[in-house]
Design a protein around this ligand. Structure first.
Ligand SMILES: CC(C)[C@H](C(=O)O)[C@@H](O)C(=O)O
Ligand code: SF4
Length: 418
């Protein structure tokens, strides 16, 4: 029986030149493939093992350094050397050593357009759904194949529609919504589904907020998170690249696996408590918990708008001297905006360690590790045991507003009262 299409189905139908529906297995062309300093070397090795030689299109490959930059070990430094040699030999132009967290850089440099199919050897590649692309993380073997052939097998996913209406209260925002959704759907509740976001709260949401929401689709097992492109998308991309004005709104008779709706006006600040990202409570339930470290940054919440939100909560105060406050704008552009707005000076004056763009303590891969028994509050996206250092440490996740308020008092704090 004929029925309408979801956004994900529309993207696959468009790129495969015939109608595709959930469950269809397709060999789809890849519009961009992103690799970084941790998984890139594995993907490149796979590429060589498959007979390698030339990548399918050097302009469609994005190669970035973020997890361990500057190198924090000799193996990391060797990975960088290998990646640089590969970029030079293959003529990869979208390659930069200094720009920052891969997902932020891929979007701000205009590497992704609405309706694209994009893969990355990193699970948070789903963030590019913020510009209306179907973007997903893949393993290094698949990436080796994608680098060589510029195409990959996909099973077109079922979609879950997430509608949000209303206006966020002051100091509540997209991170609180996506944490709430993760708590409700569960860490595996959207496995292999596309999370399709819509409704007036998403229409009014700025691009940074859409990025935060799409970024966390994988935390529910999602294959992708997508906001259909609209005026906000076009305004964001206008200064970055040319693109087709594709119409990707879902059909009114599209079929979904599940539909959920939220009124964000009643939403309170949300916190994911150790050790699972779907262990989400309203901030009042954990207020007062002492924290040793606060991290404001990452691909989830390291943009200028996040820095502004943190600075607003900070005002002219000083961070608690009981807390290591680490602030890392996600990219060089975001750093410069933060710098020019005078916020870096304010953060440093208030006692924060402000670092150059990179993943930082998010994954516990470089610096900012926690000792056994320490507690961290982080604006990133994962709080699994051992994520930021010791397996006996605890990681809580929140918005930048909650993180800044907590850094002020040295304990988890409701930002609405600050
Ligand atoms: C290192 C990389 C494979 C990993 C990911 O895929 O997400 C990392 O970025 C993370 O956030 O855990
Ligand atoms: S900032 Fe964190 S979540 Fe994002 S890519 Fe880096 S390690 Fe992964």
């Amino acid at each position: 029986m004929a029925r309408g299409l979801t956004v994900a189905e529309k993207i696959f139908s468009r790129r495969c030149h015939r109608e595709k529906k959930a469950g269809d297995v397709v060999m789809a062309p890849i519009d961009a493939a992103m690799i970084h300093d941790i998984t890139g070397p594995l993907a490149i090795t796979q590429f060589w093992e498959m007979g390698g030689e030339r990548v399918f299109d050097p302009e469609k490959i994005i190669l970035l350094f973020d997890h361990q930059i500057p190198a924090d070990s000799i193996p990391a430094a060797k990975n960088h050397v290998m990646m640089r040699a590969f970029a030079e030999e293959q003529g990869i132009v979208n390659y930069d050593l200094r720009e920052g967290v891969c997902h932020q850089v891929a979007l701000e440099k205009g590497r992704v357009a609405p309706g694209d199919i994009v893969v990355g050897s990193d699970s948070h590649t789903c963030m590019y759904g913020a510009v209306g692309a179907f973007a997903t993380g893949i393993g290094s073997t698949d990436m080796g194949f994608a680098l060589k052939f510029g195409a990959l097998y996909f099973r077109v996913p079922e979609s879950i529609r997430v509608g949000a209406e209303g206006r966020f209260a002051s100091r509540v925002g997209p991170k609180d919504l996506i944490l709430r959704l993760t708590g409700d759907i569960g860490a595996d509740g959207a496995t292999y589904c596309a999370l399709e976001f819509g409704g007036s709260a998403f229409e009014e949401m700025d691009m940074p907020g859409r990025m935060t929401c799409c970024n966390m689709a994988i935390e529910m097992g999602g294959k992708a998170g997508i906001v259909p492109p609209d005026e906000v998308t076009r305004a964001y991309l206008k200064e970055r690249r040319s693109f087709d004005p594709v119409e990707l709104s879902p059909d009114s008779d599209a079929v979904y696996l599940d539909q959920r709706s939220y009124d964000v006006s009643d939403l309170s600040p949300q916190v994911a408590v150790p050790h699972n990202v779907d262990n989400v409570v309203s901030v009042e339930e954990v207020a007062g918990r002492k924290v040793d470290q606060v991290f404001i940054g990452s691909c989830t919440n390291g943009r200028f708008e996040d820095m502004q939100e943190a600075a607003e909560v900070l005002g002219n105060e000083t961070f608690s001297d009981k807390v290591r406050v680490i602030i890392i704008p996600a990219s060089r552009d975001e750093y410069l905006k933060t710098l020019r707005a005078g916020l870096i000076e304010r953060f440093v004056e208030a006692g924060a360690l402000v670092e150059a763009p990179c993943c930082g303590p998010c994954m516990g891969g470089a610096f900012g590790l926690l000792a056994p028994g320490e507690v961290s509050l982080s604006t990133s996206n994962r709080n699994f045991r051992g994520r930021q250092g010791s397996t006996e440490a605890e990681v809580y996740l929140s918005s930048p507003a909650t993180a800044a308020a907590s850094a002020l008092y040295g304990e988890i704090t409701d930002p609405r009262g600050v």
